[in-house]
Write a protein that binds this ligand. Structure first.
Ligand SMILES: [Zn+2]
Length: 57
């Protein structure tokens, strides 16, 4: 199950949540103010590129 990142448009709170892909944009609610005006951010998982290491010079 992928991790998604959300941000509340009411209070600006950012939070992460594990959700199924099909549910990623459903029933969003801010844990801080209970607002449903929450937007999904581009997920940050796989942010670390596997840069080419292991090269000994
Ligand atoms: Zn909020």
């Amino acid at each position: 199950m992928p991790m998604y990142e959300y941000r509340c448009q009411e209070c600006g709170r950012k939070y992460e949540q594990l959700r199924r892909f099909a549910d990623a944009d459903r029933d969003l609610q801010c844990p801080e103010c209970a607002s449903e005006r929450v937007e999904r951010l581009l997920s940050a998982f796989a942010a670390h590129g596997c840069g080419g290491g292991g090269r000994f010079t």
